[in-house]
Design a protein around this ligand. Structure first.
Ligand code: NAD
Length: 473
């Protein structure tokens, strides 16, 4: 579908000198305490839901303009995704926000009369920084968590997807509480100016390189950060796998959004006895998905910009491996065909970098032992892992290799359901969100103790002058 009638304003970075006032307004709105009322949060969430619905044409047009995303993918992975997250938060908000009663120790007896609970306080004013690959969803799904938790927030979309950034700015600022929520547009100078402000939490999704810059800066003011980063994700295909199914599902994982997905597999470790058959199934799946080739398909997205196009091209130019599927490119369209490269060394350019595009390697292995050794060598804590084998093999893979999340027998599912937490581990990320985790991520779990005043005679034992014999009470 073409969206030629929808007009999107030209990209305008937020003036640097206005950023302190924007942050200050968000902090002021938090200090007004209005965000603590559940009713206020529910109203903002409902407004957000309808804003996403009403701005659907602009969002679809912007996603097509920035990434050549098809309507199907934009609805599935961005717009409907957010609407589902928003409804989930609205449906569960009261129960998430309710105080939790805690038990008190039975001994000594005096403790058993304490009333203990955990209050769910919003952490405060938060900054959310988004990446370019799912420029709407990855910025605004955490934002839903922040609204639900009762925080105020400033969001910073990726400047690499300028049309989306402008639509998001208009949508949030026209529809939601204007002091509590704001959008700052821009790249490094604007993000640096934002990081010079004091936040109660920073939620960053993007590369590990920039994640380190954000974490380092946040450490100066002891600001907690959530980092959702990337990694070199492995897939395992053993002799016992359903090879046709594995090939189709893994190919989907590398063609959705032209493989610009933090979760998608970077490389597939395939038992050498079945590698030829696996590649045949991969080619068959390619023909079924793209009967006229990926370039002619209205469904296949493009690489976001020239920098990323040439980065991916270099990975392919430098490989010592053999291209067994795809390989076509067209710079004028930023098109790179879904491409599989057969490699035999962890030092190959295709194994050394996160591809974050429609290219991936296939690495034949002699055994599951060898596959696990290679995967642990390439990246010990990737964001995700996909295993296609027998039940026992899949369990062994989960046991002997860590990852932020994993899907057995398919691609992506551990990260697509809106009821379950998603996040990395080690250097692929700190913290998680989605489902209840989105609420928890922006919540301070505050323990409250209420010792009754009537129990003073029992509680006097702690006062000086101390008497050791009273400790046995
Ligand atoms: P990026 O790190 O280049 O940019 C992310 C954000 O940081 C953008 O908003 C950008 O404006 C800002 N930024 C860039 N350079 C900066 C600097 N020097 N100082 C301050 N801010 C800066 O990431 P990207 O290219 O947009 O996204 C791709 C990367 O993100 C991949 O590594 C991918 O794996 C990862 N990613 C992770 C997840 C996840 O959920 N774990 C999701 C999507 C993408």
């Amino acid at each position: 579908m073409e969206y030629t009638n929808v007009s999107i304003p030209a990209f305008e970075p937020t003036p640097l000198e206005t950023i302190p006032a924007i942050a200050s307004a968000a902090r002021g709105a938090f200090r007004s305490h209005r965000t603590k009322s559940l009713q206020w949060r529910q109203v903002q969430l409902r407004k957000f839901y309808w804003a996403v619905e009403d701005y659907k044409p602009q969002l679809l047009a912007a996603l097509q303009k920035d990434l050549h995303k098809s309507t199907f993918e934009s609805l599935l992975t961005e717009i409907d995704w957010l609407k589902k997250d928003c409804i989930f938060m609205l449906d569960h908000l009261e129960s998430f926000a309710k105080d939790e009663k805690l038990g008190s120790p039975a001994v000594p007896a005096v403790y058993s009369i304490m009333k203990m609970r955990v209050r769910k306080d919003p952490v405060g004013t938060v900054l959310i920084i988004g990446p370019y690959n799912f420029p709407v969803q990855l910025l605004l799904a955490p934002f839903i968590g922040a609204i639900g938790a009762g925080c105020t927030a400033v969001v910073k979309p990726s400047e690499l997807t300028p049309a989306c950034a402008m639509v998001i700015k208009e949508m949030i600022e026209k529809r939601l509480d204007n002091d509590a929520f704001a959008v700052v547009n821009g790249g490094i100078p604007e993000t640096t100016a934002l990081m010079n402000e004091k936040w109660d939490k920073v939620f960053f999704t993007g590369s590990a390189t920039v994640g380190k810059i954000i974490a380092r800066k946040a450490a100066e003011t002891l600001t907690p950060v959530v980092l959702e980063l990337g990694g070199k994700n492995p897939a395992f295909v053993t002799k016992k796998a359903n090879l046709a199914l594995a090939a189709r599902r893994l190919l989907w994982g590398k063609t959705l959004n032209a493989g610009q997905v933090c979760l998608s597999q970077n490389y597939i470790l395939v038992d050498k006895d079945v590698v030829t058959t696996f590649i045949e199934h991969l080619k068959q799946a390619y023909r079924e998905m793209f009967p006229n080739g990926a370039k002619a398909s209205p469904d296949f997205a493009r690489v976001v910009n020239q920098r990323h196009f040439f980065r991916l091209k270099k990975m392919l130019d430098d490989t010592k491996g053999k291209i067994v599927m795809g390989g076509a490119m067209d710079e004028s369209e930023l098109f790179i065909e879904p491409t599989a490269v057969l490699v035999n060394s962890v030092n190959d350019s295709m194994m050394q970098e996160e591809s974050f595009g429609p290219i991936f390697s296939i690495y034949p292995v002699n055994s599951l032992d060898e596959a696990l050794n290679i995967a642990n060598l390439v990246h010990r804590t990737p964001l995700s892992l996909f295993s296609f084998g027998s039940k026992a093999e899949n369990e062994r893979i989960l046991n002997e290799m860590t990852s932020g999340g994993a899907t057995v027998n398919d691609s992506y599912f551990h990260a697509t359901l809106n009821t379950v937490p998603f996040g990395g581990v080690g250097d692929s990320g700190w913290g998680a969100y989605r489902g209840k985790a989105s609420f928890d991520c922006f919540t301070h779990f505050r323990t409250i103790a209420e010792p009754p005043s009537w129990a003073e005679s029992l509680m006097r034992v702690r006062y000086m002058p101390y008497d050791l014999s009273r400790l046995s009470m």
